[in-house]
Ligand binder design. Structure first.
Ligand SMILES: [Fe+2]
Length: 291
């Protein structure tokens, strides 16, 4: 653990074929603020100007992930560390940083070609947050926007970049499947949130398996589930409780085909006392596929 490690997942850029569907999904189902800016959508759900930027693209997948660092000194140190590992980062212009609503920005790529943006100085909005429907908002702040799960064909390479490079720490593993043919999911943290990033070594149609938004209570999760069902959004995994982070959540399909996990009650990690471990099922109960 070093002072220069990334501290949070701050924003995601997502390429989508149907921005109108995303606007309806954000407003009617997620209950987050969504505004059009040029030909993109900016999604906001806390003080930060935006957390998700949806841009027109045939990809229907993640395009870039923004990770926060503490300050300019940390950004420079992180650039040096990534360079030494063979992942050189390019310092972005002030216009590029401005477009991301941050003061300083460096851009690199993970071993699988995903654009990784390291930044400091995220801009808060001058306007109060107004959610489209009643709600208590989201758990963000020092814990960042939530978590994301990426498919990563080569686990060793992924760990080299995200752990040695960006400074993520191991939370735990989940081993699935029969002995001798097990799939190992790796859960990593960079702040108290149990995991900010999970890596699934399976070929997927998309890089992004799901993103997780954390609300403040079980009632809020229930209201989210009601909104999904009412809007005809496919619920891909029923309400359930995860074994490793204890989150109670359900999963639903986004207009881009990957999922959103909508949950509450996630564990927080204290690095001074945390013990890594291995789980053999993903959930204590629930999280069943439809039907
Ligand atoms: Fe998740």
């Amino acid at each position: 653990m070093s002072d220069h490690d990334v501290t949070a997942l701050g924003y995601l850029e997502i390429g989508a074929t149907d921005l109108d569907a995303w606007q309806r999904y954000a407003t009617d189902v997620l209950n987050v603020a969504c505004k059009e800016a040029d030909d993109t959508l900016l999604i906001r759900y806390d003080d930060i100007c935006w957390r998700l930027r949806i841009v027109p693209s045939a990809a229907d997948d993640i395009i870039a992930a923004g990770f926060e660092v503490a300050d300019e000194q940390s950004l420079a140190a992180l650039e040096e560390r990534l360079e030494s590992l063979g992942f050189p980062a390019q310092r972005a212009s002030s216009q590029q940083a401005d477009a991301r609503s941050v003061t300083a920005l460096a851009i690199t790529h993970d071993p699988f070609g995903l654009q990784i943006e390291l930044y400091t100085g995220a801009r808060s909005s001058s306007e109060p947050l107004s959610l489209p429907q009643p709600g208590n908002g989201y758990i963000t702040g020092a814990q960042g926007l939530g978590h994301m799960v990426l498919t990563a064909a080569d686990q060793a390479q992924a760990e080299r970049f995200y752990m040695q490079g960006l400074g993520f720490r191991l939370s735990d593993h989940i081993l699935l499947g029969p002995e001798g043919n097990q799939l190992q999911l790796t859960f990593l943290h960079c702040n108290p949130r149990h995991h900010t990033l999970a890596l699934a070594p399976m070929p997927g149609p998309k890089r992004l398996h799901h993103i997780m938004l954390q609300v403040t209570s079980l009632d809020e999760v229930g209201h989210g589930l009601d909104r999904a069902v009412r809007s005809g959004v496919p619920v891909t995994s029923s309400l359930g409780k995860h074994t490793n982070d204890h989150m109670v959540s359900f999963y639903m399909r986004t207009p881009s085909g990957f999922d959103v996990e909508y949950g509450c009650g996630g564990l927080e990690i204290d690095d001074a006392t945390w013990r890594t471990g291995t789980h053999y099922v993903t959930s204590f109960w629930g999280h069943r596929p439809p039907g």
